[in-house]
Design a protein around this ligand. Structure first.
Ligand SMILES: *Cc1c(COP(=O)(O)O)cnc(C)c1O
Length: 470
C-alpha cells in the first residue's frame, strides 16, 4: 500500500504556486490558508481510512489520487465559491412576468447604469441645489408622479404594505375604518387587510357580503367614530357571477365628507386593455374618481423598484409625512433615483412600453415571441453536440403574476425539452445550480421554456448550458 501522506504537498509549497499567489492577492491570505487546511484535512482523513483498511480499496485509492492531482484547482474553486454572492441574476424561463420569488419587476439596463453612478457617489438626496439649502428626498419624484397622474401630492415608502399601514396609522388610528367583506383579502406573505388594519391602530368595521356590497351598507355603517372607508383592489383573485361593488366615484358623490382611501395593489399607469388583457383599474382612474389617498406597489405593474407609492390630496399627504413611521419606512437614495428615472420614462407616453421591461414583456406579440423561440430552438439544436436533447416548439400561456390580473393569460411560445441522458428532475436541479441559474417550468415531466420572459441576449447562455448538461 502506498503512503499517500507523503504525496500531499506542504503548505509552504502550495503557497508558492503561482495560481495560489494570485488568489491570495485577489481575496485574502487568511481565507486561502483556511481552505487549504480544510481540504488537506479531508484528504488526510481519506488516506487514514485507506491505510487502515485490510484490503486494497481501488475506488478510494483512485479518489485520493484525483484529489492530490486536483489539489490546487480544488483550493481555488473553494475560495472562489466563498466570494460568489448568494443573490445573483437568474434567467426566468417560467413565463411569469412578475415572479415574486424571482425579484418581481425588472429595471431596464440604462436606468441601472444611472443608478450605479448615483449610489456610488454623493448626491443631492436631501439638498436643494437651486437654493443651496436642505431639500426633500421626495421632491423630484413627487413632481413627476403628480404631473403624470394628476394627484396633488405624493410620497413613497419601503413597500406597499408599509404604505397601507402608514396611511391608516396617520388618518384612522383609534377610529373606525369601513371595509367591504368582498375586499378583506390576503395578498400573500401574511399580508391580510384585517391584520394590517388592526396593527395600524384602527378598528375594522366590515360591511356587505363576500359577493355584494351596496352603497347603503357604507351609509349605514358611518357614525361619529368613522375615520375612513378603505377600498382594496382585489388584485389576486376574481369574484364572478352575482356580484356588486361600490365605486369610489359613487362613494365620493354620496358621502362627500367621508375620507376614502384605496389600496390599489399593482398600480398600473397605462391601459392594459389595448394588449387584450382585462381592464385593470389605473391610478389615474382612482384620482379622477376623487379618492383622497391611494397607494400601490412600485415593483408590480408600475415596473419600478420595490416601493409603496402614496399619492392623493395634499392635506393628507402632509399629515402622513409628519408621522414618525414615515421615517421608519423611508426609501433610500437607490429607490428615490430609480423612481424618478422610471417616471421619466412614463412622461414620454407610449414609448414607455419599450423601456419598462414589465410592460415590454406584456406587450410583446405572439409572433415576436414565436420568432425568438425559433432562434433559441436552432441554437439549442446546434449546442446539443452529444444529441442528448429532445426538443419541440410549442404554444404556451404566460401569466402576469405578482398577484396581478389573476386568470389573465397571454398567448406565448416556447420550447419543451427532455433529456436522453438524465431525468427531468435531475436536469431541473442542475439548471437551478448553474453559475447563471435557469429557472424553468416542469409540466408532465418535461421542461418548458417560455420565451416571453427570456431576453434574447441570454439565448447563447441557455443553449450552451443545456448543451453541456450531463
Ligand atoms: C401586492 C399588494 C400589497 C403589498 O404590496 P408590497 O409592495 O408587496 O408590500 C398590498 N395590497 C395589495 C392590494 C396588493 O396587491
Amino acid at each position: 500500500m502506498k503512503n499517500y501522506f507523503r504525496e500531499i504537498p506542504k503548505v509552504d509549497k502550495i503557497l508558492e504556486d503561482e495560481k495560489i499567489k494570485l488568489i491570495i492577492e485577489k481575496y485574502s491570505r487568511k481565507v486561502v490558508l483556511d481552505i487549504i487546511s480544510e481540504i488537506t484535512e479531508k484528504l488526510r482523513n481519506k488516506i487514514s481510512i485507506y491505510l487502515k483498511s485490510e484490503k486494497e480499496i481501488d475506488e478510494l485509492e483512485k479518489e485520493i489520487e484525483i484529489s492530490i492531482t486536483n489539489l490546487i484547482t480544488d483550493i481555488i474553486y473553494n475560495v472562489e465559491a466563498l466570494f460568489e454572492p448568494n443573490l445573483k441574476r437568474v434567467i426566468n424561463a417560467t413565463g411569469t412576468i412578475l415572479h415574486t420569488n424571482l425579484g418581481r419587476a425588472l429595471i431596464n439596463k440604462d436606468i441601472a447604469y444611472r443608478l450605479a453612478d448615483i449610489v456610488s457617489g454623493y448626491s443631492n438626496l436631501e439638498y436643494n441645489l437651486k437654493e443651496g439649502k436642505r431639500g426633500e428626498r421626495y421632491d423630484s419624484f413627487s413632481n413627476l408622479i403628480c404631473k403624470i397622474t394628476g394627484a396633488q401630492a405624493a410620497l413613497a415608502v419601503n413597500n406597499n404594505a408599509a404604505a397601507v399601514m402608514l396611511i391608516l396609522n396617520t388618518l384612522a388610528k383609534d377610529g373606525e375604518v369601513i371595509v367591504s367583506r368582498g375586499e378583506l383579502v390576503e395578498i400573500g406573505g401574511k399580508f391580510r387587510v384585517p391584520d394590517v388594519l388592526r396593527a395600524s391602530g384602527a378598528r375594522l368595521v366590515e360591511v356587505g357580503t363576500t359577493n355584494k356590497t351596496h352603497l347603503s351598507d357604507y351609509e349605514n355603517a358611518i357614525n361619529e367614530n368613522t375615520k375612513a372607508i378603505l377600498k382594496v383592489h382585489t388584485s389576486n383573485y376574481n369574484i364572478i357571477g352575482f356580484t356588486e361593488n361600490v365605486s369610489i366615484a359613487s362613494i365620493k358623490k354620496n358621502l362627500p365628507n367621508t375620507l376614502v382611501i384605496e389600496d390599489l395593489g399593482s398600480g398600473v399607469l397605462v391601459d392594459l386593455e389595448k394588449y387584450g388583457l382585462k381592464h385593470e383599474p389605473t391610478v389615474m382612474e382612482s384620482i379622477n374618481a376623487g379618492v383622497d389617498i391611494v397607494c400601490f406597489s412600485g415593483d408590480k405593474l408600475f415596473g419600478g423598484p420595490q416601493a409603496g407609492i402614496i399619492i392623493g390630496k395634499k392635506e393628507y399627504i402632509d399629515k402622513i409625512k409628519k408621522n414618525q413611521l414615515t421615517r421608519a419606512f423611508r426609501i433610500d437614495k437607490f429607490t428615490v433615483a430609480a423612481l424618478e428615472l422610471v417616471l421619466m420614462e412614463y412622461l414620454k407616453g407610449d414609448k414607455v412600453e419599450e423601456s419598462i421591461p414589465v410592460l415590454r414583456m406584456i406587450k410583446e406579440s405572439y409572433e415576436s415571441v414565436s420568432k425568438r423561440a425559433k432562434v433559441l430552438f436552432e441554437k439549442l439544436k446546434l449546442a446539443d453536440k452529444n444529441n442528448n436533447l429532445i426538443l419541440n416548439l410549442l404554444d404556451l400561456k404566460s401569466q402576469i403574476g405578482g398577484g396581478s390580473l389573476p386568470g389573465e393569460l397571454i398567448s406565448s411560445r416556447g420550447i419543451s425539452i427532455k433529456f436522453k441522458n438524465i431525468s427531468t428532475s435531475k436536469a431541473e436541479e442542475k439548471l437551478r445550480n448553474l453559475n447563471i441559474p435557469i429557472i424553468v417550468r416542469i409540466v408532465e415531466d418535461t421542461i418548458l421554456l417560455d420565451i416571453r420572459t427570456v431576453n434574447s441576449d441570454d439565448f447563447d447562455i441557455i443553449a450552451n448550458s443545456f448543451g453541456g448538461l450531463t
